[in-house]
Write a protein that binds this ligand. Structure first.
Ligand code: HEM
Length: 253
């Protein structure tokens, strides 16, 4: 039996009528007289999603140009930037967005494939980010003496917890005897969101470092900090909404 069987029946695009709705290419954007409000909301969400992707591209691209400016081999700091930024801001952000109903590249995937894309991106992204964190931690002799490092540590802890908790969430149906399925899903959303938001906070403090501002200029470093804040906000809206709605449903039951 495949993971998360409970929810699969509610909105799984593989099932019955939903399957047809979800696979018709123009269905999500087709305006209907009764659903024009819905259509506008969808357009707004798609636009926000596009903005997030453009900002992610700018932030990740500029971080890579910065890190590869002296070529290879790289020192520990530059290696940690490449691994953390690709792990968190590129792959983890896509892992979160892959589950969003109006995400560009995953919007037309079946639910089972969205979930597969999510856990693969999440596992690879977390692996790279954890490695990037440890490379810099091993390189330093005094620890947690900057806000950048402290938010990096919070991100690291929640990434590890969220990875373990992601497995229980993926197999929530099978593990329901030992762990209430709602609990593992709700906590997975919470831990994952905290991990991603803290990694973005750490990145903003990273862009504020002299080594980065001297290379790019103060104005552009501040622009990248603003870009990071905006795409992080857009990305965590959906998980926050599902966290509150799932929690409310669980409390009311
Ligand atoms: C998501 C991105 C990032 C994460 C999660 C992250 C995380 C970390 C962690 C955990 C440490 C070790 C802290 C300690 O042991 O005290 C660290 C140190 C450091 N990082 Fe990053 N980092 C990121 C991006 C960056 C960027 C973009 C830069 C520079 C442009 C940068 C520059 C540094 C430097 C110079 C240190 C050593 C000084 C310090 O601890 O603040 N990092 N980072």
């Amino acid at each position: 039996m495949r993971p998360n069987n409970l929810e699969a029946n509610q909105s799984d695009p593989e099932n019955g009528v939903n399957a047809m709705k979800n696979t018709a290419p123009s269905a999500p954007l087709a305006p209907t007289p009764s659903g024009s409000g819905n259509y506008k909301l969808k357009l707004f969400q798609l636009t926000m999603n596009l903005v997030a992707h453009i900002l992610i591209g700018a932030v990740v691209g500029i971080s890579m140009i910065f890190s590869f400016q002296y070529g290879l081999p790289m020192n520990a700091t530059l290696q940690h930037i490449v691994l953390c930024v690709i792990g968190y801001q590129l792959l983890t952000s896509q892992a979160i967005l892959s589950l969003s109903p109006n995400n560009g590249w995953s919007g037309h995937l079946k639910l089972i494939h969205k979930r597969r894309a999510h856990w693969i991106l999440q596992t690879v992204g977390s692996g790279l980010a954890i490695a990037g964190n440890f490379i810099k931690i091993i390189d330093k002799s005094v620890h947690w003496n900057t806000l950048h490092g402290i938010f990096g540590l919070v991100a690291l802890i929640f990434t590890i917890v969220s990875l373990v908790n992601g497995v229980t969430s993926l197999w929530a149906f099978e593990l329901r005897k030992y762990l209430p399925s709602n609990l593992s899903k709700i906590s997975h959303i919470l831990f994952g969101t905290i991990a991603f938001a803290s990694s973005s906070l750490s990145l903003c403090y990273g862009f504020d470092k002299g080594m980065f501002r001297n290379w790019l200029s103060d104005a552009l470093a501040h622009t990248l900090i603003a870009f990071t804040a905006i795409f992080t906000f857009i990305i965590i809206i959906d998980p926050c909404i599902s966290f509150f709605s799932k929690s409310l449903r669980a409390i009311r039951r």
